[in-house]
Design a protein around this ligand. Structure first.
Ligand SMILES: Cc1cc2nc3c(=O)[nH]c(=O)nc-3n(C[C@H](O)[C@H](O)[C@H](O)COP(=O)(O)OP(=O)(O)OC[C@H]3O[C@@H](n4cnc5c(N)ncnc54)[C@H](O)[C@@H]3O)c2cc1C
Length: 449
């Protein structure tokens, strides 16, 4: 008998509770383990940068397993069933998913396998505390972050899991990785060991100043661990186990808890992946996304507001965007362009190499004013002031907008005020922020009460 392990968003060997369970089962039955990864149905729709990033992660994982991965593309349940039948396996292990699509996928796969006598064992999660665990005294879920955080702290303490891969025989890998997209030239580094290296460097380099610098778009003041957490190259348990109580560590722990809070909210409200958490915002008047030139300007980083455009170009060229910048561009889309948050969330999903359904949908809803703990809808970010505040020397803007590199210092945030500001083809603002802010507030009035 063979035990199959199905890798999903847990692309690591160490501190992987479900993989350990699979190995223990195989070891107790004196059988071997086949480790599989399937590039699912949506893979081809991702941007080249996201596709290449996933291929890199999976390729690194395959190299770090004793005999590599069984690789396939297409229909997950069918492939796992074929593999089980070929290898004579009656059990598949995997990490349990708690997001909308992940839950649906695992229940479909379980049904498909079960119909042929193969069981799907879901173990652990990609979170320090499993979504659904933190609850109020009356057992209902929490809707506000701070009380969630306080209770979440009480559930921490699980030590990272260690795996000895030599405990069992591994089935030699088979199949091929999809081809890297030639449309993306950016070199991508991603693996379990790179994630650990990134974490250890961040601890030395920036964790102590994290609380002061994390909002500065021009500094590398954050961990850049979001890709690794989203792909599961590192588990938050591993990070938390190595953290103390310095002010930087306290704030960093709170950020990890935002990820867990949003996962918990999405688990309890699966419709909020693309539906409103606060339903009255469905009635707000939005502009159509169809043939909307402003949407194209936003996507391509040509709105004429430098901080917005730098951020959107950072996303296009690197597949990542600074958290402060995500809030600024999200506010701009919803409150200056009056376009629904789902349009922006879909664009992020296509491009972000750290795409996470819960953090993305709820990051958008928070900024749009319709999520949990929402920043109130009437708080509209002024993109120019945000630029001065969080990119005080203009370095972030100049890094991503070559047409503005001739402008030194912070003046780069208002190029339209300079005689030569727009000389290299950078556009004038496509709209007047103050006019659109008033328009957003007027539309809010219509749904009040
Ligand atoms: C509109 C919008 C969309 C977003 N979409 C995503 C997404 O698809 N995937 C994603 O991982 N994050 C998303 N975020 C949250 C946040 O922007 C990123 O996690 C962060 O920028 C990643 O960079 P980092 O790893 O250097 O973060 P750090 O500041 O080093 O934080 C460490 C980790 O904590 C978690 N974290 C930090 N801030 C948040 C937050 N506000 N919400 C949830 N988790 C957080 C992340 O896992 C992050 O890697 C979004 C935020 C907004 C406002």
């Amino acid at each position: 008998m063979t035990v199959i392990f199905w890798f999903r968003r847990d692309l690591r060997v160490q501190d992987n509770q479900a993989l350990i369970a699979a190995v223990e089962r195989a070891s107790s039955e004196n059988s071997q383990v086949a480790a599989a990864f399937i590039f699912g149905r949506g893979f081809e729709e991702l941007s080249p940068i996201r596709r290449n990033s996933l291929i890199t992660s999976v390729s690194s994982l395959s190299q770090s397993l004793p005999k590599g991965l069984q690789l396939s593309s297409g229909e997950t349940g069918k492939y796992l069933l074929d593999l089980a039948q070929t290898l004579g396996a009656n059990v598949v292990f995997a990490t349990r998913s708690f997001d909308t699509h992940g839950m649906l996928e695992q229940s479909e796969v379980a049904e498909q396998l079960y119909a042929h006598g193969v069981s799907l064992q879901l173990v652990g999660s990609n979170y320090a505390v499993e979504p659904g665990t933190v609850r109020k005294d009356d057992q209902t879920p929490l809707r506000v972050y701070t009380p969630f955080y306080k209770r979440w702290l009480g559930h921490l303490g699980q030590r990272p899991f260690q795996l000895d891969t030599s405990l069992v025989e591994w089935v030699p890998g088979s199949g091929e990785l999809p081809k890297y997209s030639p449309d993306c030239k950016m070199p991508i580094k991603a693996s379990e060991s790179f994630a650990l290296e990134t974490w250890h460097k961040f601890r030395k380099r920036a964790l102590s100043d994290y609380s002061e610098n994390r909002n500065r778009t021009d500094l590398s003041g954050t961990s850049h661990l979001s890709h690794a957490l989203a792909h599961g190259e590192i588990h938050p348990r591993t990070l938390l186990a190595e953290m103390g109580d310095s002010p930087g560590e306290e704030v960093f722990r709170k950020e990890l808890a935002w990820r867990e809070f949003y996962a918990d909210v999405l688990f309890h409200n699966p419709h909020t992946y693309d539906g409103y958490y606060e339903p009255r915002f469905e009635k707000l008047r939005y502009d159509s996304e169809v043939d909307n030139p402003n949407l194209e300007a936003w996507r391509s980083g040509n709105t004429g507001y430098p901080i917005v455009d730098a951020a959107m170009r950072q996303l296009l060229t690197t597949g990542w965007m600074h958290n402060r910048a995500r809030m600024i561009v999200a506010s701009f889309l919803v409150k200056d362009l009056h376009i629904e948050w789902q349009v922006g969330a879909r664009w992020f999903e296509k491009l972000l190499t750290d795409f996470d359904p819960a953090s993305n949908s709820h990051g958008w809803q928070w900024t749009a004013g319709c999520g949990t703990d929402a920043s109130p809808y009437y708080r509209v970010f002024n993109p120019t002031l945000q630029g001065y505040k969080f990119d005080p020397n203009g370095d972030y803007v100049r890094k991503f907008i070559p047409e503005l590199r001739h402008i030194p210092g912070a003046e780069v945030h208002e190029p339209w005020k300079l005689i030569d500001g727009l000389q290299n083809g950078y556009p004038a603002p496509i709209l007047d922020h103050f006019v659109e802010r008033d328009e957003a507030l007027a539309r809010l009035e219509e749904i009040k009460g």
